[in-house]
Design a protein around this ligand. Sequence first.
Ligand SMILES: [Ca+2]
Ligand SMILES: [Ca+2]
Length: 189
Amino acid sequence: MEGMSSSIQCVLVLWLLITPAHIVRLYDRFEALDKEKTGHLRPQDFGAINRLAMNPIGDRIIGAFFSPGQETVDFHSFVRILAHFRPADKKHPKDPSMPEPVNSRTSKLKFAFQLYDQDKDGKISRAELLQVLRSMLEMQVTEEQLESIADRTIQEADLDKDDAISFEEFRKSLEKVNIDHKMSIRFLR
Ligand SMILES: [Ca+2]
Ligand SMILES: [Ca+2]
């Protein structure tokens, strides 16, 4: 049934498709990007990666590497963010006493969620969804089409009818999507 594949799934898949290759590139290039050899990167250092600068949601991906109020990221934090993109470990079942690993399905979804939830209020509003859609689908669709995609996406995902998508609703609407496969990249090459 075609309706099962909701707009939010398409949106998520869209950015996942364009993201991992950029992330690998970043990993390879931390040192090269760190021109002044300070061990820290600033947002403008990321801008040196042309393809990331051209990525419609490049700014958001770059922003995800920086904690609020922080102007630089060191290698340790950089690698910790990248760890979201490692495949989940299927051989070792999860120990409930341990904190959620950063590459678990939930952590991956949270990472994706925060790229939408720019004001960090725990909800994706219609305006926030529209911003992402607009930057990703720019030129290809009209403003009316964008708005109708945003409305449909919210209608499909919004279970408590507050016109916004909470993390729980986001998670539910993506239940059938193989996030681990889509959001994982191999570091060993
Ligand atoms: Ca929000
Ligand atoms: Ca809701």
